[in-house]
Design a protein around this ligand. Sequence first.
Ligand code: ISL
Length: 566
Amino acid sequence: VENPAWWTSAVVYQIYPRSFADSDGDGIGDLPGIRGRLDHLADLGVDVVWLSPVYRSPQDDNGYDISDYQDIDPAFGTLADMDGLIADAHARGIKVVMDLVVNHTSDEHPWFVESRSSTTNPKRDWYWWRDAREGMDAGDPGAQPTNWESFFSGPAWELDETTGQYYLHLFSRKQPDLNWENPQVRQAVHEMMRWWLDRGVDGFRMDVINMISKVPDLPDGPPIPGTPYGDGTVATFFGPRLHEFLAEMHREVFAGRDADLITVGEMPGATVEQARLVTDPARAELDMVFQFEHVQLDQGDSKWDRRPLRLTDLKASLGRWQAGLADVGWNSLYWDNHDQPRAVSRFGDDSPAHRRDSATCLATLLHGHRGTPYVYQGEEIGMANSTWADVRDFRDIESLNHFADATARGQDPDDVLAALRPTSRDNARTPVQWDDSPHAGFTTGEPWLAVNPDHVDWNVAAQRDDPHSVLAHHRALIALRHENRTVQLGAFDMLLPDHEDVYAYTRTSDDETLLVVCNVSGIPHPLAELLPEAVEAEVLLGNRDHLPDHDPAVLGPWDARILRTA
Ligand code: ISL
């Protein structure tokens, strides 16, 4: 690569502002809270901060339902706070990326308020309005215009009494989908994006951006067994005009300034081939995408049904993405975000004996790949899934809707609760654990979502000066990416594809070969037999080499090493 983009050596840190740091004691994290904790991010060494939405919002989906794209929600602060945050971050060399949620707005956005007011309103066509299914009356069971299920349970259509038509909402009924077929919609979005870039924002993470183009006649989807619904994703994921819309956005918003920016599109259902098109620099669409294959490998029939991850499946998947985007395009690398349960609980082992080592092992495995790593708040200290005694402990609309829906359909509430515990998005959303004080240093008030009781042992303050902490390990991984060109750009080759416990690969550049070897299990494995060249190799970074029982020839439980073999 001649002139690699700056983000090929960058690490991004995701903040979920609601749960990061509360400055005013209302129990909700806010922008001044973030400003007060920027030194933690500078100390970690991240290059970019991505903020989940802070725009004005009724908070039906914690800000992913926006009622004013050009204002800050009072719960988070003001535009002046945002300007101050951008300035403070820039002063530390940290870029700021905003979440761009433009597949849908809030139903309280003035655009939708106008659109719903009459069938002849000039903004009627800014959203997807349809009559009841032919031959049926509006409001009749099954009369929705298509058979699609919303991602948040129930039908994807809501009848609006004002005009007797239905509107489309792939997510909650308070998140109506914008109609990107209408050029006015696209222009309004572009204008808003330019306004933020002019304000100093350094890029966007684009929420479900692969859903903005729909198959225009909105066909029914194939039936989903056991439900009255059909799968609408065939008509809503990667629709016919997606690439056109992204290229147009690039021309209208990013052209001329994109060298300093970073754009990442969240794309559920993305295949390698689609991601390759979207991230091919010659096509000028986006820099990288978030794909979901690797976080669905432990799913059964639905996201509420979990089975153990088979490491061989993970290797096959991540390996295919590494190969597919090797010459063209770029990967983003993540385990955790605000929608996923905590990786250390899900793919690692959060029991006291293995929590530190499995958290550092997973981080090493991920950060060694080619791509841009994303660290989700709390991941850097090994935050784990929380404890949920009762359905009333949850706050997430997806979890609460699922509980109501599944129990209404006759499932045993205890079973539904048991399925929610390891899967709920709220596992990712408990407040950041800054210290061992009653609310973990997150707030002086009552937190909006209970702090994980384990914060007494797992918190930033306890790890900051510990050279072997999960935090210190992340710091080292980030520093290594900054200084090592092979980590940034070296070719990726998977080793031992059939081994059930050991994940190993090389990264190769003209100068050197790095070997990353991770024991993704609590059972020791004979490294001398598996990869003899690893035993004597120079250790760039290990997670267990300080332990008295460490043996270079044996991979201990959750042992992870980055080695230089040539
Ligand atoms: O069900 C899914 C698709 O198969 C999910 O992956 C879903 O599409 C994904 O979680 C989308 O998430 C994003 O958009 C949502 C919001 O609730 C999430 O927090 C956000 O990350 C709606 O804006």
